[in-house]
Every structure is written in structure tokens, then in C-alpha cells.
Design a protein around this ligand. Structure first.
Ligand code: SF4
Ligand code: SF4
Length: 136
């Protein structure tokens, strides 16, 4: 897949937003892959966590925020704990989600989309956590 690189792209506004919202410096990542190796959701992701970080380093934010991976992430912080460089990948993923929710002002999930039976059966804490994650 071709990657378009320029000074403007690599030094984009999204880079600063992700660093600020995620409170982590993803440029410290040296692509060891420990985060992806321990991620319990990796099989369902279209972009593995270490590759998501690499895309951000290269300024490829449109591909990152269009990915399924940022929504599949369960925010379990396994990746952040495993990172030898102290990159908070869970915070990075959350920052990507927040950028989408804040800039597009469209929630990723609406209560009306959920099956009524499912709403009755799911633990309330799971619902609350998911609406925190999927809505702006
Ligand atoms: S564990 Fe840390 S250093 Fe290794 S690839 Fe993931 S983010 Fe990068
Ligand atoms: S926080 Fe997200 S990316 Fe990190 S290990 Fe958990 S599910 Fe995977």
C-alpha cells in the first residue's frame, strides 16, 4: 500500500492532538511488536496496534481513524503494560477514537441500534463502559 509522505503530512495537527489527548509520545515506539503480541483483540483488528502506531509516526491519520482497530480495542491496557518504551498504546487508541467522535460529532454506537433483549441481558457496567467509549 502506497504511503504519501511530506513534511506537512508528518507534522499534522492530528499528531499533536493524539499526543495531547493520549498523553503519550508514540515517537518512542521502535516497532518491537510486544503490544500486538499481547493484545487480546488483535485477531479482530484490521491494523495491529504496533502498525497503528507506525501509521501515526508517518502521519497517516486518515487511515488510522478509518480503521476498525481503534473501535475493536477493548482498552484493556495490556499493550501499555508490555511496552518497553513506555508508550501508552491504550491511551493512543482512546485518543484516536476521541478525535473521530469530536471532529465528526457522530456517535459510533446508538442505544436504538441495540437489540432490546441484549439491552436487558448485558451488565449495566458493560453498557456504561461501551457508551463512554463509543459516544462523544
Ligand atoms: S510495545 Fe511499544 S515499542 Fe513495541 S511496538 Fe508496541 S508501542 Fe512500539
Ligand atoms: S488496550 Fe486495546 S490495543 Fe491495547 S492490548 Fe488492549 S485491546 Fe489491544
Amino acid at each position: 500500500m502506497a504511503i504519501n509522505l511530506s513534511r506537512e503530512i508528518v507534522h499534522s495537527l492530528e499528531r499533536e492532538k493524539i499526543k495531547e489527548i493520549g498523553n503519550t509520545n508514540f515517537y518512542l515506539c521502535y516497532q518491537c511488536g510486544n503490544c500486538s503480541a499481547g493484545c487480546p483483540c488483535a485477531e479482530e483488528m484490521d491494523i495491529l496496534p504496533h502498525r497503528a502506531v507506525r501509521l501515526a509516526q508517518l502521519g497517516q491519520f486518515s487511515r488510522l481513524i478509518e480503521s476498525k482497530a481503534i473501535w475493536v480495542c477493548a482498552a484493556c491496557i495490556t499493550c501499555s503494560v508490555r511496552c518497553p518504551r513506555g508508550v501508552d498504546i491504550a491511551g493512543f487508541m482512546e485518543a484516536c477514537r476521541q478525535i473521530v467522535l469530536r471532529t465528526r460529532k457522530v456517535d459510533h454506537l446508538s442505544p436504538v441500534e441495540l437489540d432490546a433483549q441484549l439491552l436487558k441481558e448485558l451488565p449495566q457496567i458493560a453498557l456504561i463502559n461501551n457508551f463512554r467509549k463509543f459516544t462523544g
